[in-house]
Ligand binder design. Sequence first.
Ligand code: FAD
Length: 368
Amino acid sequence: MIEHDGTVVLGGGVVGLACARALAQAGEPVLLLEAEPALGQGISSRSSEVIHAGLYYPEDTLKAALCCRGRELLYAYCAARGVGHRKLGKLVVAADASGEGALETLRDRGTRLGVPGLACLTGAELKRLAPALTGAAALWSPETGIVDSHGLLQALAGDAAAAGAELINHTTVVRLEAEARGLVLLGTSAGEPLALRAPRVVNAAGFGAFALAQGLGAADAAGPFYAAGHYFSYSGQVPVDHLVYPLPEAGGLGIHLTFDLAGQARFGPDVCWRAAEDYGFRADRARFAEAIQSYFPGLEPARLQPAYVGLRPKRGAQGAAAADFGWVEQAFGGETGVLHLLGIESPGLTSALALGERVAARWEAGLA
Ligand SMILES: Cc1cc2nc3c(=O)[nH]c(=O)nc-3n(C[C@H](O)[C@H](O)[C@H](O)COP(=O)(O)OP(=O)(O)OC[C@H]3O[C@@H](n4cnc5c(N)ncnc54)[C@H](O)[C@@H]3O)c2cc1C
């Protein structure tokens, strides 16, 4: 049995890395274990790479609080660490007048949460700002932006390692067991059996986090449910300078226009419920084109090129009410405790640094 005297972080996605960084910088001995041969190959590798302002989430949720705090931390971090990002601003477009009330609701809620600069625009004002777009009304969010998510992952890993965290790939934990002397982690490392004991664990294993939490009898650990989202890239210029979203749909934010830092436009994601972790590309291009043309009528469907599929780790099945991020603590006496982070879907990339900050504060207060 290998003994570790600090925190084992499970999962080397953006959330695990942000937690490892924050804990290591607070002086905690940290060991991060990642199943894949490289960090950041899971959910974090297939997102929209949008820094969300914080419009969409009910006020008393972790999603709202962590998105707003995470956005501020992320812009400052990217600037300090040279991670590529751009504050492009975003337009949420209502195709017809029936959507105006929904835009006002987003504006009012976002403003109450402290999101700066939100403003409702008429259809004519939208046309003046972005002549290629059409809509009855829009919401302007100047704080929304894009980030190089792969650069972010590298910077977080570098910081965590520089603060003393040990990051080990190719290591899968399949079971957690609570003992008086600590948590026992069982699995495999580079093909060999692994048995490790540590007082504290942060379970940030994305899709894998649910089974580990369930195995330890954690409450509120149902899932994961899988909601895939397809992305198409667009060959050619989209004559718009901002991110463009329709009104949100059940399970997602709607098929939107975003850009990478090189200016390559892409559209997505839709919401396709799946039975397992399945990244197969099975999108209906005509349905995609129709959705995009509701706000960008000049779209040429033949220019849409299949790009990739992202998979959301949902805490509820299709039709269930939208769930908050799952923050589930288990204390086993002494200094032994585990925090499970479950269903960290969008806006998890934006929220990652705030999650790390909150985990470090919780550790400081004493989890167990
Ligand atoms: C389609 C889509 C679009 C999105 N767009 C945005 C966006 O624009 N803005 C935004 O803020 N957020 C967005 N998100 C959300 C964001 O991408 C996620 O919240 C975030 O990447 C989740 O990171 P994670 O570290 O929790 O998960 P992951 O990146 O999946 O990391 C978990 C890691 O744990 C490892 N692992 C799993 N099981 C085990 C095990 N048993 N032992 C050891 N390791 C294990 C995995 O290999 C993986 O590397 C989007 C998500 C999706 C799916």
